[in-house]
Design a protein around this ligand. Sequence first.
Ligand SMILES: [Ca+2]
Ligand SMILES: [Ca+2]
Ligand SMILES: [Ca+2]
Length: 231
Amino acid sequence: MRICLLCLLPALIFMACARKTSVTAELTPRSLKAINLEETISRRDEVMMAYSLTSYDAQNKPVAVVNGGWGVEQIQKGQQLNLSAAGPQQAQPIALTLPRNGRLVASLVLIEVDNYGRAKELQEQVRRVHNVVSGPAALFITATELLTPLKYVAAGLAASGVGLKLMDQFDDDDLLGQSSVELSEAELRQKKQRYVRVPATFTGQNLRDAFAYKLEYDISLKAVRIQPARQ
Ligand SMILES: [Ca+2]
Ligand SMILES: [Ca+2]
Ligand SMILES: [Ca+2]
């Protein structure tokens, strides 16, 4: 019996070492450009963003969600905002562990604000839960549901206990666009890919006014050492 255990020891040590790192994915909004305003007559739009990362394990069960928010900021036609530079216009990144053989959904919505007070209230609530990870118990998302990016962000905020509902916001404000990207851990690992850049163009029409926005965000992966569990 003793011999068998000694034979197994190298394998056990190897397994323990292999589990010492995990991969963390970080979503960083990079830039936002107003090509054509939604409110051309007033010559400026007031914009805000809400974004989230949702993770699933190898069995496709939801694991966790994390939320972020940015704005409200004024933007003029032709203006490009650098969202990752330090300063008042910076959009703070959010990060979440990418489960081994699991997947991650990054979602982002851009909103043109008409009810400034209500939008500020929502952003205050989002700020309080910024980058705070919520577990599966709070997350009412099933892996088989086909969700829009907006629904992902709304579900993420609900899981974080944000009282003011994102969906209700659109009685007052206008949704300019939504974007989503899905990352498979196994796929990224095979390709040794550490960085995914996501460009998005949002165009549409509100009443008689056409709008166009260009947005860029990225997901970067970092290997994080896990503290060994105490025996
Ligand atoms: Ca316009
Ligand atoms: Ca508007
Ligand atoms: Ca407005």
